[in-house]
Design a protein around this ligand. Structure first.
Ligand code: 7TS
Length: 580
């Protein structure tokens, strides 16, 4: 195995990662008492000072509305906004400024294409081809178009490594095919798709090609002219720029013929109540006051990226990915999902006997930020037969030491995984006894524990501990009707009125995630074995605040918990309503 030191000295390209890190003030902080290791760059990357300063400078000196003022500030704002367009044009090699449209991001860009170009070119019986590894943003806009037009979606399958089956693509293209829309790089697997081959193949058959470049723009050199794609979309916030800004390149012959996406100010040339004409490109597609600061920030970001050098960045990130892959692949019980030969810096994996939610929550306690779940690629997760993965995604400012810290944390977490004991199908499954004479008293007992631990890591351990003692829920109750959706994991809850009582509710529950089992155990202590009226009267949000979980749990977890509480409340309402 190559050590960190050897790898760094092997580097041929001078790449001073510490100097780069110094440009990103957010990185220098502790999370839960540990140095932040930010490995969630595929979701959104951090911003260098150059971007922060550009935004600050613009708002402190030049802000006014664009394309309309007769005064100096409006002139300066317009100039800065249009200069930003030049920077982004260069960044993706667009031949002409009028082919470069600012959007809110990749999602809006793809919606724009589907709703304008798509509406013009796709008719009943036509086909749109996507691939099995697309982000929801490159699925749903096409799905909606196809519903509207009575057209059909076709999907290019992938192999077990997460590579597109080009042979299958060739078979899928037929005279009804109008558009192929494909990710340049997969956000969930990291696969770099052979888009040049796809574009050439499609064009030979008269099919238009849309490229979702959201994950490629931060890592690869993009030249839309060379690619000859019909459209290319990406988001600013993944290329170290601000959120709420992105860009769409389109061939001018398409853009000219496309109807506007949104209408209003700035996108018109002349308006009367009888007739309105459209502005020239690219303004025809930029209705309303644009994200001026966002565009300026994005330009600063791409200029920063170019200054560091895209090849140096790519080679640094490749080293990080190689090292991470080697370290994570060697951990028993861990399976990497996405083993394509050509990959950008994304590493997705699953851990035996542990949900991705638990892996991510435990990594967060170590100060390590990753994303877990389906990564907005539910069809892809289904293809691999998994609910989700843990995903580490690397950026130019990540170091081999950070990768090592991440790998060590994963080793520690995996070592703590407990094999799941399956409950027997038959036999007794006792419902738990009431934890206290009343919900109020149960709440007091829980609050006493939480009041002596204010550290999230300790509270977390307590939740995991009570979750591990959750009474077994038999498999026979784990049915769709008992499933609670929206919990970032698989959750089942089955409630009943306690036999022999008029209004006492009790329930069994289970989840594949330890943290959720902890939450379920908490709910069980509060509610199970208690009278419905009392359950309904209990102020859960106030209790969450009292024990501090409102701050410790992420928004996603709080939403999940709220779904589970809702399930109990609905049942309690039914039982209370049944009372004579
Ligand atoms: N396409 C791909 C391939 C993406 O990865 C994303 C966002 C989008 C489109 C949408 O980009 P947006 O900026 O318009 O939201 N991907 C992710 C991700 O992997 N984790 O969070 C967002």
């Amino acid at each position: 195995m190559i050590t960190i030191g050897e790898r760094q000295t092997k580097s041929e390209i001078p790449f001073d990662v510490e100097r780069i890190r110094a440009d990103f003030p957010i990185l220098d902080q502790k999370v839960h008492g540990k140095p932040l290791v930010y490995l969630d760059n595929a979701a959104s990357s951090q911003k260098p000072r150059a971007v922060i300063h550009a935004l600050k400078h613009y708002y402190e000196n030049d802000h006014a509305n664009v394309h309309r003022g007769v005064h100096a500030l409006s002139e300066r704002a317009t100039e800065a906004y249009e200069e930003a367009r030049i920077a982004v044009q260069k960044f993706i090699g667009a031949p002409c400024l009028r082919e470069l449209i600012f959007t809110r991001g990749a999602t809006e860009a793809i919606n724009l294409i589907a709703q304008t170009f798509g509406r013009v070119h796709v008719h009943a019986g036509d086909e749109v081809i996507l691939t099995a590894l697309e982000h929801h943003s490159n699925i749903v806009p096409w799905q909606v178009l196809c519903w509207e037009k009575h057209a059909n979606l076709r999907v290019v399958p992938i192999n077990d490594d997460g590579e597109l089956r080009l042979d299958e693509l060739e078979k899928l293209i037929n005279p009804a095919t109008r558009i192929i829309s494909v990710a340049h790089v997969s956000n969930a697997l990291g696969t770099i798709n052979p888009i040049q081959k796809i574009i050439d193949l499609a064009h030979q058959r008269g099919v238009y090609v849309v490229i979702d470049g959201a994950q490629a723009a931060p890592h690869l050199r993009v030249d839309v002219q060379k690619l000859d794609c019909d459209f290319y979309a990406f988001s600013g916030h993944k290329v170290y720029g601000p959120t709420g800004i992105g860009a769409l390149y389109g061939k001018p012959q398409h853009l000219e013929l496309m109807p506007p996406y949104q209408t209003g100010g700035d996108m018109i040339s002349y308006v009367s109540f009888e007739k309105t004409t459209w502005n020239q490109l690219p303004y025809k597609f930029e209705a309303g006051t644009p994200n001026i600061a966002g565009a300026i920030g994005l330009a600063a970001a791409v200029e920063y990226l170019e200054e560091i050098g895209r090849d140096s960045i790519a080679s640094h990130e490749h080293r990080l990915l190689e090292f991470a892959t080697e370290r994570i692949a060697s951990i028993p019980g861990v399976r990497i999902i996405g083993t394509a030969k050509e990959k950008a810096s994304v590493l997705s994996f699953v851990v035996e006997d542990m949900s991705a939610l638990d892996v991510g929550t435990r990594l967060d306690i170590e100060g390590i930020a990753v994303r877990t779940g389906h990564h907005c690629c539910q069809p892809l997760m289904e293809r691999f037969g998994i609910a989700g993965t843990t995903r580490a995604s690397f950026a130019m400012y990540n170091t081999l030491e950070e990768v090592e810290a991440f790998a060590e944390a994963v080793e520690k977490i995996v070592a703590s995984a407990r094999p799941r004991a399956g409950a027997s199908l038959n036999g007794d499954y006792p419902y738990p006894q009431a934890a206290a004479p009343s919900t109020r008293e149960a709440a007091e007992e829980i609050a006493e524990v939480f009041e002596v631990v204010d550290d999230w890591a300790e509270k977390y351990e307590y939740l995991i501990d009570i979750g591990s003692k959750l009474p077994a829920m038999p498999d026979v109750l784990k049915q769709e009707c008992n499933r609670v959706q929206g919990c970032q994991s698989t959750v089942f809850m089955h409630a009943r009125k306690k036999p022999g009582t008029p209004d006492v509710i009790e329930f069994l529950a289970d989840s594949d995630a330890d943290i959720v089992r902890g939450e379920l155990a908490l709910l069980q202590r509060l509610y199970s074995g208690q009278r419905a009226g009392e359950v309904l009267a209990f102020d859960m949000p106030a209790f969450m605040q009292r024990i501090g979980l409102d701050k410790n749990l992420t928004q996603g977890r709080r939403n999940g918990l709220a779904e589970m509480v809702q399930r109990v409340m609905r049942f309690a309402e039914n039982v209370a309503g049944q009372k004579p």
